[in-house]
Design a protein. Structure first.
Length: 143
């Protein structure tokens, strides 16, 4: 899954371990380096144990989260529950997409990646999306 050159580039990250989980918004999987997963856990621990919505969110978010390690060939064993979430049907799906996104790595079925990431609907305006997201990053700056 991870080519030797990529493993070499990620060696400092891989020594801490990885966690794989379902994505919140898309039908893909997310691999977090352990330090990044630790940040996610700190955010989760700030939620109230006495708030029913907070507890439900924690349970749903953590459902399926699994610590994984690369074997000698650079492969990871992904639990069936997570494969099902991502729409990856083994052995039929012999091609998956592994894509870096900031501090994490996404794992997609090729079909879903093509549909959700590569295919743009006619009225999709990437420029407008970029402006909107930029406002969220720097809300005090007006364009």
């Amino acid at each position: 899954m991870f080519p030797a050159r990529l493993r070499k580039q990620l060696s400092s990250v891989l020594q801490h371990g990885l966690v794989i989980n379902r994505d919140i918004f898309e039908g893909c999987l997310v691999i977090y380096p352990q330090p990044e997963w630790d940040k996610v856990n700190r955010e989760m621990s700030s939620l109230s144990r006495y708030n029913k919505k907070h507890q439900l969110f924690q349970r749903k978010f953590m459902k399926g989260a699994t610590h994984v390690e690369l074997d000698g060939s650079g492969r990871i064993n992904i639990p069936a529950l997570l494969l099902e979430h991502a729409g990856i049907e083994l052995p039929n799906d012999n091609e998956i997409i592994v894509s870096g996104l900031g501090e994490k790595i996404e794992v997609w079925s090729k079909t879903r990646y093509d549909r959700n990431v590569l295919d743009d609907v006619e009225d999709f305006d990437f420029g407008s999306l970029a402006e909107e997201v930029r406002k969220d990053i720097e809300p005090s700056k007006e364009n």
